[in-house]
Design a protein around this ligand. Sequence first.
Ligand code: FES
Length: 64
Amino acid sequence: MGTDGPMLIEGPVEITLPDGSVVRSDRFTAAVCMCGRSARYPWCDTSHRRRPPRSRRGSQRDAE
Ligand code: FES
């Protein structure tokens, strides 16, 4: 039961983004990004499969 991944919607579909712009997909099935990592947001580009980058280069010491 993956919690990460797109929401599949039967197309064609129109989506209104928070900024008011409208995007449309004419595909039979549109995959809407739910993770927010897609470079093609609001469409899923499978970026959700990638682990969020974590810098693991040894000790990260912020001199404060
Ligand atoms: S759900 Fe797939 S890239 Fe966000």
